[in-house]
Design a protein around this ligand. Structure first.
Ligand code: CA
Length: 282
């Protein structure tokens, strides 16, 4: 079990040297998820490609509505280890309360709940939200599955289920949601970037960018407030590794800043020393 858990932590962290068996699983996995450099707290944390996806994952909030405490705590633990932020409600009413106040990315909803049952919860959620719902049901009757889907569930899983299967279905739903949400026009602060026309504006001012400058800015705007390492940027924008010797990235960041700050606009692309860059407001 320990090895299995360790691999779960590693899959959250993807930073094997950060996951020392002697200190498993805390505080290292926690610090990794929280994006802190626990080795040297005064230094900015390192984040590379796999860790970036984990970092992104940890921003994803999942609500589990399940009255069986054992299953609920199993799900809370398993999903947390996968890097998701998990809240648990033990009945439908509490679940609806939480869903009304927190903007969840996905809801795992048990069908058989005391009080307001899963069908009713799904119907009420659907009244004003398109949050993905995966319904858990102990019954395999076609009637129940159909009713669940008609009530607004996006997918269902029959208990007992393999945790890996739930994970796969969660990922599938999140991908669908992400695709639906991926907008044509990206906005950050007073920046807008139209991915169809490749037009960039800061406020009302049109900014003319070269192809690479545009690609670089689009990468930043798709990952606002996240540290992007030089390696990630080289990989995504130039599609290969320059090896750390090149200063081409610094040159392009300088061009971008000059164009974005030409009228004295506040800086949005900030240097994270010895790591990379971040798009954020001061
Ligand atoms: Ca139940």
């Amino acid at each position: 079990m320990r090895d299995q858990e360790l691999s779960l932590v590693a899959s959250v962290c993807r930073y094997p040297e950060w996951v020392a068996p002697t200190t498993y699983p805390y505080p290292r996995s926690y610090h990794c998820q929280a994006g802190k450099n626990f080795e040297n707290p005064t230094q900015p944390y390192r984040i590379d490609e796999p860790a970036l996806s984990a970092y992104t994952t940890s921003m994803i909030r999942i609500l589990v509505i399940e009255d069986e405490t054992e299953i609920a705590s199993f799900l809370r633990r398993g999903l947390s280890l996968e890097g998701y932020q998990v809240d648990v409600a033990f009945d439908g009413t509490r679940g609806l309360e939480l869903a009304a106040t927190i903007d969840y990315d996905l809801i795992v909803l048990d069908l058989m709940l005391p009080g307001v049952d899963g069908f009713e919860v799904a119907r009420r959620l659907r009244a004003d939200s398109n949050v993905p719902i995966i319904m858990l049901t102990a019954r395999d009757a076609v009637r129940d599955r159909v009713a669940g889907l008609e009530a607004g569930a996006d997918d269902y899983l029959v208990k007992p289920f393999a945790f890996e299967e739930l994970l796969a279905r969660i990922r599938a739903q999140l991908r669908r949601r992400q695709a639906a949400q991926s907008q044509d026009v990206l906005r950050f602060a007073n920046l807008t970037l139209d991915t169809r026309s490749r037009e960039v504006r800061i406020g009302e001012r049109r900014v003319e960018l070269t192809a690479k400058e545009y690609d670089l800015l689009e990468l930043f705007m798709r990952h606002p407030n996240q540290v992007l390492t030089r390696d990630i940027i080289y990989d995504r924008v130039w599609n290969y590794d320059f090896g750390g010797e090149s200063n081409i990235l610094e040159v392009y960041v300088r061009y971008l800043r000059q164009k974005l700050e030409a009228n004295g606009e506040p800086r949005l692309i900030h240097t994270v020393r010895s790591v990379g860059y971040i798009l954020r407001e001061e």
